[in-house]
Design a protein. Structure first.
Length: 332
């Protein structure tokens, strides 16, 4: 789960979001030209993972589907699901585990598509001859953004690797994950992504090893999912399905024309969030295979994946109440 790191950005985005979606319901209103208007909240500021959406927009796939899509950035990533659940937005990019946790808290949100199919949030470690696998972090300092879920991920990894998680030392570094590593305040971080923090650390000259949670006891979860509300699906399911189909075309274009597609994103970047073209290019090359559904349709999901994630969250006491896998997702 991603957070903003500065209060100024957060305030700016909060104002922008209020101005963009107002206080009324979003659910698929019609424009004067007859298009269905959808407000879609991103999970973070626009970056390489969103290339498929900008490609779908710029290539005209949304328009061909009869849609007018408003891509917005929420002030806080935790707000997106609540805004969708209350009808202030139609769709939001969020996180597999967060959807399950939110449903356990009574938020009627549903995943309608798996966008990134494997973990991006990986255990990033400063290269050291003393650390060859997660269990070697016993006696070292692990920086994290004070999220219990991140702690549960590392504990599982270390235990699966044969180490004792009770002997781990966690340091709350907030969202200053990169400075914590470059100043050697910590030996490793969780909460950083292999397609972002790892690349930025390497650009600063650090040598980083990434340990994938799914290789050490954590379910191979979907990092990023597209979400809708239960009511939104009932009233606006056809438009949401069209959105996913148009997005699939955007992803196909991105996979076959990565440089051109990424440029469409870069051309739309905000001055508030300038992108490093080289980093985003590397990021997209990492993301494309992780977004590939193979022989299955783009964004497809499985009950097995949802069940394994829910069982793991339950085992680690991350759920307030029970969640049924079949209620948490839909394949449209």
């Amino acid at each position: 789960m991603r957070k903003w790191t500065t209060g100024a950005w957060k305030s700016t985005l909060a104002v922008a979001l209020v101005l963009a979606i107002g206080t009324g319901c979003a659910s698929g209103k019609k424009t004067e030209s007859g298009e269905t208007e959808l407000t879609v909240l991103l999970d973070w500021y626009p970056n390489a993972v969103h290339t498929f959406l900008y490609a779908a927009e710029e290539q005209g796939y949304f328009k061909e589907a009869g849609l007018k899509v408003n891509l917005q950035t929420p002030a806080d990533t935790n707000d997106a699901l609540k805004l969708v659940a209350t009808g202030k937005a139609d769709l939001a990019l969020s996180y597999h585990m967060q959807v399950a946790i939110s449903r356990s808290e009574g938020i009627p949100i549903v995943s309608v598509g798996a966008i990134v199919r494997h973990p991006l949030n990986q255990l990033l470690v400063l290269d050291s001859p003393d650390i060859k696998s997660p269990k070697d972090l016993v006696g070292k300092k692990i920086g994290y953004p004070s999220i219990p879920l991140d702690e549960a991920i590392v504990n599982t990894m270390v235990k699966t690797d044969g180490g004792d998680p009770s002997k781990l030392t966690y340091t709350d570094v907030g969202w200053d994950l990169i400075p914590a590593m470059t100043t050697k305040k910590v030996d490793a971080i969780i909460g950083g992504y292999v397609n972002h923090e790892k690349l930025l650390l390497e650009k600063e000259g650090e040598k980083i090893t990434a340990f994938d949670p799914s290789k050490f006891g954590v379910p191979d979860y979907y990092e990023l999912v597209l979400t809708a509300s239960e009511k939104g699906l009932e009233s606006n399911g056809d438009a949401i399905k069209k959105f996913i189909e148009a997005s699939a075309k955007g992803q196909a274009y991105t996979a076959s024309h990565p440089d051109e597609a990424l440029q469409l994103l870069l051309d739309q970047q905000s001055k508030d969030f300038p992108l490093d073209a080289d980093v985003e290019k590397q990021s997209l090359s990492i993301l494309l295979p992780l977004m590939d559904a193979g022989e299955q349709p783009f964004a497809s999901q499985t009950k097995e994946s949802w069940s394994s994630v829910i069982d793991w969250l339950k085992e680690h006491r991350q759920l307030t109440d029970d969640v049924k896998a079949e209620d948490a997702f839909r394949n449209l």
